[in-house]
Design a protein around this ligand. Structure first.
Ligand code: HEC
Ligand code: HEC
Length: 276
């Protein structure tokens, strides 16, 4: 009688052990694969947010150099990482490492380096997400300024936010959400955008100066930047996104849930046992 009731419990124990062995054998391989994909995804995001503006969405080059290429170096990872961390002096390539006044920590530098090296022939294949720009609220053009601030806000997000912050609060570049003491602030701001700020990483943006933006583009961005003048600086809201869970946390949760279910089964079958 007692033996008869214990049979299912024993079967469960055997099953659980078998499943745990399978998990222990295969989890590390799956987790490592997950780690690489995670690193690529993170690197792609950092790249899209910070680098695509100058190096092009696929590393094909724009204001900055072509990055989708082979790096003739024994340790290309070290070379590329160091360039990103320190920047290239006397060019528009800013330093990105925290130690050099940039916004990226060591782990983020690893991720974006890994992503860039994935473009080498024979590297891991990963399709980057296309950057999306959020739709913004309707903006009233500042009086006497030509240009469409709505269109300007999109161009700003794509070209300038990387250095000046989403709301012009400043990042690698200067704070732009401020009053411009000038008879014609629009002309002043427009001139800096067209010609850049010599001696800094602020590149010239006008097509006459070899930049990517048309006169209309620059007028629109100028109108957008001037919507901030006089307004209080809005501190940037830190975006925290929780992506889909991958890698070892999934396994921990999975195994944890499994163990809980088994404990419950054993508990209830024992209870029924003692009721008998
Ligand atoms: C404002 C424009 C700009 C931005 C933004 C920018 N770069 Fe650059 N980058 C450049 C320029 C210009 C060069 C070429 C410097 C030179 O002449 O050597 C360069 C060079 C590089 C190089 C070296 C290329 C080579 O052939 O040696 C790497 C690697 C690089 N950038 C990575 C990045 C990464 C990663 C980011 C984002 C975190 C980034 N860059 C953001 C402008 C930019
Ligand atoms: C690679 C980083 C970078 C990018 C990208 C960039 N800027 Fe700048 N910008 C700077 C830096 C750095 C300065 C400060 C230059 C100096 O020291 O005077 C600056 C200065 C300026 C100024 C003058 C600020 C002042 O107080 O006089 C304006 C206006 C400006 N940027 C607008 C723009 C616009 C608009 C875009 C996009 C089309 C843009 N910037 C893209 C880095 C950048």
């Amino acid at each position: 009688m007692g033996f008869h009731l214990k049979q299912p419990a024993r079967l469960t124990v055997v099953l659980v052990t078998a499943i745990l062995i399978v998990l222990v054998l295969f989890a590390p391989a799956a987790a490592q694969e997950g780690d690489e994909t995670e690193l690529l995804e993170q690197g792609a995001q950092i790249y899209a947010d910070n680098c695509a503006v100058c190096h092009g969405e696929d590393g094909q080059g724009r204001i900055g150099a072509t990055l989708a290429k082979d790096w003739p170096s024994i340790r290309p990872d070290l070379r590329v990482r160091e360039t990103i961390e320190r920047g290239v002096s006397d060019t528009f390539m800013p330093a990105w490492g925290l130690n050099y006044g940039g916004p990226l920590d060591a782990q983020e530098l690893d991720a974006v380096t890994f992503y860039i090296l994935s473009w080498q022939s024979g590297g891991p294949i990963y399709i980057a997400p296309t950057p999306t720009f959020d739709t913004r609220i309707a903006l009233t053009p500042p009086p006497g300024v030509e240009g469409d601030p709505m269109r300007g806000s999109q161009l700003y997000a794509a070209n300038c936010a990387v250095c000046h912050g989403e709301q012009g609060e400043g990042r690698v570049g200067a704070n732009l959400a401020k009053p411009w003491p000038s008879v014609r602030p629009d002309l002043r701001v427009k001139a800096v955008i067209e010609n850049g700020a010599p001696g800094s990483v602020m590149p010239p943006w006008s097509q006459e100066q070899g930049g990517p933006l048309s006169d209309q583009d620059i007028n629109d961005i100028t109108a957008y930047v001037l919507t901030w003048s006089g307004a209080e600086t809005v501190p940037a809201t830190q975006e925290t996104s929780i992506g889909p869970l991958t890698g070892w946390p999934v396994w921990v949760i999975f195994i944890g849930a499994f163990v809980l279910i088994i404990i419950a089964i054993v508990y209830f079958s024992r209870q029924r046992n003692s009721e008998d």
